[in-house]
Design a protein around this ligand. Sequence first.
Ligand code: F6P
Length: 317
Amino acid sequence: MKRIGILTRDCAGVNAAIRAFVRSASACKVEVYGIFRGYQGLIEGDLKLLNHRSVSGIINLGGTILKAARSKQFRTLAGQRQAVRTLHDNKIEGLAVVGGNGSLAGAHVLATKYSIPVIGIPTTIDNDVNGVEMSIGADTAVNVALDALDKIRDTATSLERIFVVEVMGRDCGYIALRVALAGGCEEVLLPEKSFNVEKICEEIVEGNIQGKVSWIIVVAEGKVKAVDIAKKINTLTDLETREVVLGHIQRGGRPTAFDRIIAARYAHHAFEALTSGKLDRCVTLKEGKLTTIPLAKAIRPKDIEINDYYKLVKILT
Ligand code: F6P
């Protein structure tokens, strides 16, 4: 392979992955074209040759220098054909896709329907890529959310309030569960687990009688809204309850060392896999060693470990 394209979604660690991919390729005299705004940029032919120098000074930056977009057009046959045409017109022989389920599903379509050699690099704060223990960006998101939660705790303790903190994760409770455990929270409401707000309120009132005055409840987006839970708790307990929605701050920021390191390792391995003919696959770690799994497996729904973590949150309350 002489020329490869790379497109991305945004989250912390993606720039570190672009840098590692470009530099791994450049060491082997392979050209890398950065494709802007994901599949939309591929359809529109919005691409630029990247070299060793053009990825300098980005390892510590959040977001993606290649920008990101959701492309409705890529869902259509005409859009897909135009994307393939861009690759052929620019003599791009392979494509690295840095992203979560949606982006990886797109890569799988290009591989299976259009015989484009693709490799996936798992990247999502939701950490919900099947068969992948850690996606790039998830560690930073947990740390950003935890930092915010620690600050909220200062007010919760000082003003003796209840806080309901909503974290991201789409339909996956990964961030919520990690933050609840690391932040010493009293309760966590997850999309994967049923819960009973009335019962939680009984526990709060009981705790209050015994002198417990502040609570932090983490809510994973996807099933309920922090604002509704806070209102209900306030009504049922008559205790001051506030909601905080952390939102997109969790997707940005300086990547942690962990994310930069897996980004470098995944991207380098992705380059080697793609150029040695391992196609329609996604890089991952298995027992600490780099490997690849079929994209068809990576895009299936992932079951995350809930019970052990949840039990621990409750035991340690
Ligand atoms: O998949 C990553 C994620 O940040 C989810 O946690 C969240 O639900 C979603 O993307 C938000 O998407 P958007 O930025 O397009 O609103």
